[in-house]
Ligand binder design. Structure first.
Ligand SMILES: *[C@@H]1O[C@H](CO)[C@@H](O)[C@H](O)[C@H]1NC(C)=O
Ligand SMILES: *[C@@H]1O[C@H](CO)[C@@H](O)[C@H](O)[C@H]1NC(C)=O
Length: 443
């Protein structure tokens, strides 16, 4: 009798947990930020002479198909279908009201011939190419001033064949800044889902001066030693939602940015209202990063349910003198990390400068950073927080964090910081108070 009652209770508990999970999943998704578009007008890249043999160069077919979408302007937009096969191409521009649809087994593969990578102007908030002065190579898939664009399908692949570029970087023979795999500038209502991104020459997905961007169910892969292959970098963009994705690259998995030193300060476009959730991945650099290019400001970022393996730094807020800008209201919660060099790093001395014209008195302001519910296994150093001497970081609030049990080889290190730590093990530093009185965000 007792057993029966017990199993009924267990059953009931299981059902209610499932029910609440479902309700949670329902509310907490990117859906609603950008409506999904289903397009009646469909064309295939093969109608424009594309050959998916992995050898034929198809840049012209992509350009002609997209020209047709742009100029025929069918009601509700047009879907460009990429059938199974390997389609070699140089860079091309997307247009508004289109879906780029990669079938299962479809691969859009970047050519390794630099003459099929045109140069474009540097971003005004960077003042120059990120790596080299002057212009930069246009991304493989590029868009400027677009709206209502979907890149999706059945987990087809966009392959940047980055080794060619990584080698130029290693040999210091790069003339201009390497191209991103996808860059969207000044665009809104964007969905990127169910696509695999592989071996980007540089950053993988770079929305800059964009709004209403949803990135979900993507896989992003590059070797751990590939230089600067960031996963997703929302930059001077707002209302961006990134969720349910696996990212394993050679640099930061997700890094929120907003321009570089005097150029970013002058351009003045912040990143705000950024949600990042249910991301799993690994990298020798950072898992969830803010910065280091933060000159336009970075506000209202929420990252939650993050799982990290074999990482450099789990959570990293990074900026520098000369950046200016404000970093405020950043919340990171529910993070599990395993085999990590450093769990949490908040630092005011990270990243290089575009040139020697940066203003050393342009000190960034960092305040109201909440990090809670973090669990780590095999973490070499739990964390460090180093503010800036004349601009201490304030409202840095840590709670319910367990990054290993003492003795720890390298303990926490802090300077120029005001905030609190409650239920944090190992204990951070004397600079942080043991109650949350100084925290603006309620726990
Ligand atoms: C593609 O877009 C870029 C940036 O807007 C522009 O400079 C370039 O001329 C465009 N290329 C083509 C072929 O339309
Ligand atoms: C594509 O990959 C995503 C993410 O891994 C997965 O959730 C989804 O079910 C896959 N879709 C298809 C059509 O295989």
């Amino acid at each position: 009798m007792l057993r029966l009652v017990f199993s009924i209770l267990v059953c009931f508990a299981a059902i209610s947990i499932l029910a609440s999970r479902e309700a949670f999943a329902d509310v907490v998704t990117c859906s609603g930020l950008v409506p999904m578009r289903y397009r009646n007008d469909k064309i295939s890249i093969t109608d424009f002479g594309a050959v998916g043999d992995g050898r034929t160069l198809n840049t012209k077919a992509f350009m002609e198909a997209i020209y047709r979408i742009e100029h025929l302007r069918r009601r509700g937009g047009t879907l460009l279908y990429i059938p199974p096969g390997v389609y070699l191409t140089g860079s091309f521009n997307l247009t508004s009201h289109m879906t780029l649809y990669l079938a299962r087994g479809a691969v859009i593969k970047a050519t390794q011939d630099a003459k099929h990578w045109p140069l474009i102007a540097p971003l005004p908030s960077y003042g120059r190419g990120r790596e080299r002065p002057g212009g930069r190579y246009m991304s493989l898939i590029h868009g400027d001033g677009l709206r209502d664009v979907v890149i999706t399908g059945e987990n087809g692949t966009i392959d940047g064949q980055g080794a060619f570029w990584w080698n130029m970087w290693r040999q210091r023979t790069l003339q201009f800044t390497r191209p991103n795999l996808i860059e969207l500038i000044n665009s809104r209502s964007i969905i990127i889902s169910n696509v695999i991104f592989k071996n980007s020459p540089f950053w993988n997905i770079h929305p800059v001066y964009c709004s209403n961007v949803v990135i979900r169910y993507v896989t992003i892969l590059a070797p751990p030693d590939s230089p600067n292959t960031d996963g997703i970098d929302p930059d001077s963009s707002h209302h961006v939602c990134i969720e349910d994705s696996y990212i394993s690259t050679g640099d930061d998995l997700v890094a929120v940015k907003s321009g570089w030193d005097e150029y970013g300060i002058a351009y003045g476009i912040p990143s705000h209202d950024i949600t990042i959730r249910r991301i799993t991945g690994s990298s020798p650099f950072s898992g969830i990063a803010v910065g280091s290019e933060t000159s336009g400001g970075i506000l209202d970022v929420l990252a939650e349910h993050i799982t990290l393996y074999n990482m450099g730094v789990g959570i990293h807020v990074k900026t520098n003198i000369g950046r200016g800008g404000i970093i405020r209201n950043i919340t990171v919660s529910n993070v599990y990390m395993e085999n990590v060099r450093k769990g949490i790093k908040i630092a005011g001395d990270v990243g290089d400068h575009p040139d020697d014209k940066f203003n050393p008195n342009a000190l960034p302001v960092v305040k109201d950073i909440t990090i809670k519910d973090v669990w780590g296994e095999n973490v070499q150093q739990p964390g460090s927080i180093h503010g800036i001497k004349n601009s201490p970081f304030t409202g840095i609030c840590l709670s319910n964090i367990n990054l290993g049990t003492p003795p720890i080889k390298t303990p926490w290190q802090c300077s120029d910081v005001v905030g609190s730590a409650v239920k944090v093990s190992p204990w951070p530093c004397s600079e942080l108070a043991a109650t949350h009185q100084t925290c603006s965000i309620p726990f």
